[in-house]
Ligand binder design. Structure first.
Ligand code: C2E
Ligand code: MG
Ligand code: MG
Length: 768
């Protein structure tokens, strides 16, 4: 098919070229002019064939051009008939009528090709075409039209026809420039089409010039082939395989006002003064009126063009400003813009009222949702949350996306703290309602950090930072809502600059591990310790894990961090064993660790390095972590269990996991979250949860560790509930390596007595 089309095109071009040569060789006469007419007619036929073959979108355009060329072919035929058969040379004649009809048809065809199908039509190409046409038109007027009108005085039809030709050329030129300025995709078909028009215009102008310079008349033999070649090019353009694409007219709107185009337009404008200048220099009568009229038209066109340009620039500036303020994913304001609004409100605030308030709303586990369900679902989720926030927010509340999975609400000044808290809880309640995202029903957990501008020293940046801090705290609380207070600033969240230091700190060994003893309630003795990482920062002091673990998770440093903690913990464990203490050690894992295919090998290698049995190591994970990617994490957990490591669920009760679900994981231990343990004495609900968890765990063969035991009374209560083990400030705080040994000794000495444990081997009690 393609080959056949190619063959048609090539044959037409070859045959056309051959005919041009033959025509040139033939003497002036009927044969020569008949051949001429034949070539012209073939071009019209070739266009019809081309349209049938290539089925372009803008068929009308091509048919109009075919009709225009057919008119010219008829004109050529009539001319031959008059000149060689009837032997008359009438002017004007029917041949002229046919020729003149050809011009508007050809111009209409080009116009069709140039017109964009877009909704927003760009007038710039047309204006450019008119600017060029005015310049060239003026020259044609001065050189041909006006003298033509003047010379054949008296005979109106004669005058009109003489003038119509240069006018037709101006129209063709206008459309040619219009086409050139509109069409973005330049194909070979289009190039040939353009070349044909250029040839026609050149030939026309030379031909008209002949009327005024009789010495040129003998040169007609040189002009004739120009039209002939144009016919062949027209036919070839329509048959060329690229013709169907030649009409793709696109995005002229977006195109720049290129320097080339500017030069082109400037040249057209310069034609005005040049005309006067040339006339003055040659001592010819000056066409001042014509030049002035052309000048006025030109100024109007250029002005319109400039207004369009200015308007477009203004639109672009507005769009850019809007883009700079908008979060592209959700269409909400971005952090920068919310910061600006906040700064405005802080400036205009009356000092006494409660200041403006910022709520930072964070989605929990968003990274996991992204990783497991894909970014498309993640993006969709963010958009759904944005839509809900927008619906919930009152008129005077600005909603923004502060970044990642965090949204921000800016409340006007004058809202009492109590009211703000109610709002925060309402927001949470609405956002945790199940939402349909990409045909999935998702239930998310969100946390809300609240910060109310304080009277003395709040600037917008500081306030947004404090909102992040409050959010980080809220994420740790069972109620998931926190109002910022000064104590939180002590390292809950660090400025982004500090995050960059984390890698260096890891390498320099500035991350230290503290150990918190774990006590078996039945014996009152320490059986192990939990490793808790801290950052010994040179200027900020000892930073808690929450200040840098989230960043380490985001930046991927968490793998290195976990391995560092594991290594230090196993080293410590080996030392204890060397001192005759048969203790185990627990290390906390992050979500990312569970998705890391090297984790199992890394753990095995670390144990080997320290010559330890896997049974001395406990790895803690949170409920939600195991649910992130159940298949992948299931494999990793299975392999760790096979290795002989004890797996436990940390912060049990704060996630969404059910015991039945957890039972399917190779988990051996549950650590009940501190928030339930703290309330065991006073809050019946907490007590019930702890009690039922212990009972259920026993039935499932899991042991339970109570976290956050802050006093002896709680410990005793847990003993009565038959809890297996406990850890907490009331038993012993996390201590550096060097101090933990003494702490363990102290606990071992104190607790058996407190818990009323009868020692298996009676130990001498001091003072007994
Ligand atoms: P976690 O694993 O639940 O660790 C217990 C946290 O509760 C520790 O906080 C500990 O100091 C604190 N704690 C212990 N007993 C009490 C108590 O009686 N009262 C109160 N109020 N708090 C108590 P820390 O060290 O700030 O660690 C916070 C969390 O950071 C840990 O919670 C753990 O999830 C994470 N973390 C700590 N070290 C690491 C680590 O090496 N890797 C990873 N991935 N996470 C770590
Ligand atoms: Mg833990
Ligand atoms: Mg915990």
């Amino acid at each position: 098919m393609g080959a056949r089309r190619r063959a048609t095109w090539v044959s037409y071009l070859t045959l056309g070229a051959a005919l041009v040569v033959v025509e040139l060789a033939l003497p002036d006469g009927l044969a020569r002019d008949s051949l001429y007419t034949l070539v012209a007619g073939s071009a019209a036929v070739a266009i019809v064939v081309g349209v049938r073959m290539h089925r372009p979108r803008q068929r009308t355009a091509w048919y109009l051009m075919a009709a225009g060329i057919a008119c010219w072919a008829v004109g050529d035929g009539l001319w031959a008939l008059f000149a060689h058969v009837l032997l008359i040379e009438p002017f004007p004649s029917v041949a002229d009528a046919a020729y003149l009809l050809g011009y508007p048809l050809l111009a209409a065809g080009m116009l069709q090709l140039s017109v964009s199908r877009r909704r927003h039509r760009d007038l710039a190409p047309l204006l450019d075409a008119f600017i060029v046409a005015t310049g060239v038109g003026l020259v044609l007027y001065v050189v041909f039209i006006e003298p033509g009108w003047g010379e054949s005085q008296g005979e109106l039809l004669h005058q009109a026809v003489a003038v119509a030709y240069p006018l037709g050329d101006v129209i063709l030129l206008t459309q040619l420039v219009h086409l050139g300025a509109s069409v973005v995709i330049r194909t070979w078909s289009l190039r040939m089409l353009g070349a044909a028009f250029v040839l026609v215009l050149v030939a026309d102008i030379l031909f008209q010039a002949m009327a005024f310079a009789p010495e040129l008349e003998s040169q007609i033999a040189f002009i004739d082939p120009l039209w002939l070649v144009a016919y062949v090019l027209w036919g070839a353009a329509a048959l060329h395989p690229s013709m169907a694409r030649a009409m793709v007219v696109e995005g002229a709107h977006e195109r720049a006002f290129t320097p080339g185009r500017l030069w082109f337009l400037a040249t057209a404008i310069v034609l005005l003064p040049v005309t006067i200048l040339v006339e003055a220099m040659l001592g010819l009568p000056l066409h001042s009126t014509a030049v002035s009229v052309a000048g006025i038209i030109m100024i109007a066109l250029v002005l319109t063009r400039m207004i369009g340009l200015v308007r477009r620039m203004r639109d672009q500036a507005r769009r850019l400003a809007q883009l700079a303020d908008t979060d592209f994913l959700t269409g909400l304001d971005n952090r920068r813009h919310l910061g600006e609004r906040l700064a405005d409100r802080l400036d205009g605030r009356v000092q006494t009222a409660p200041g403006p308030t910022v709520l930072a709303v964070g989605i929990e586990g968003f990274a996991e949702i992204n990783e497991t369900l894909g970014h498309r679902v993640g993006d969709e989720l963010l958009r759904s949350v944005a839509a809900r926030l927008r619906d919930l927010a009152e008129q005077d509340v600005a909603v923004a996306r502060l970044g990642g999975d965090v949204f921000g609400l800016l409340l006007p000044a004058g809202r009492p703290a109590g009211e703000v808290l109610v709002l925060a809880h309402d927001l949470r309640a609405h956002l945790v309602e199940p939402m349909t995202v990409d045909a999935l029903t998702l239930t998310i957990e969100v946390a809300v950090g609240v910060v109310i501008a304080d009277a003395e020293h709040d600037d917008a940046d500081h306030m947004l930072h404090r909102a992040d801090v409050a959010l980080a705290t809220a994420r740790e609380l069972p109620g998931r809502v926190a109002v910022h207070d000064a104590a939180m600033d002590e390292g809950v969240l660090l400025a982004p600059a500090l995050m960059a230091e984390l890698r260096a700190a890891l390498e320099a060994g500035d991350l230290v591990v503290h150990f918190q003893p774990q006590v078996e309630i039945g014996t009152g003795r320490v059986f192990g310790a939990e490793a808790l990482v801290r950052w010994q920062h040179p200027t900020h002091g000892l930073l808690p894990p929450m200040a840098f673990i989230p960043a380490a998770e985001r930046t991927g440093l968490i793998r290195q961090l976990t391995m560092h903690v594991l290594d230090r913990s196993l080293a410590q464990c080996a030392r204890w064993r060397g001192e005759g203490r048969p203790l185990s050690v627990s290390v906390n894992l992050s979500v990312r660790n569970l998705l890391d295919p090297h984790l199992v090998d890394d753990v095995r290698a670390a144990l080997d390095r320290h010559g330890l049995d896997p049974s001395v190591l406990e790895l803690e994970l949170t409920e939600t972590m195991a649910m992130v990617d159940p298949v992948r994490s299931g494999e990793v957990l299975g392999a760790l269990d096979d290795l002989g490591v004890t797996l436990s669920i940390d912060d049990y009760g704060t996630g969404y996991g059910s015991l039945a679900y957890l039972q399917r994981l190779p988990v051996r231990r549950l650590k009940i979250d501190r928030s339930f343990v703290t309330g065991v004495l006073d809050d019946p609900a907490s007590a019930a949860i702890v009690r039922s968890t212990i009972d259920l765990a026993r039935q499932l063969g899991l042991s339970v560790v109570a976290e956050g035991v802050e006093d002896d009374a709680t410990l005793l209560h847990l003993r009565d509930m038959d809890c297996f083990a406990a850890q907490g400030f009331g038993i012993g705080r996390p201590m550096p390596e060097a101090a933990v040994g003494r702490l363990i000794d102290d606990i071992d000495a104190r607790l058996p007595g407190l818990l009323d444990v009868r020692p298996l081997i009676p130990t001498p009690v001091p003072g007994d």
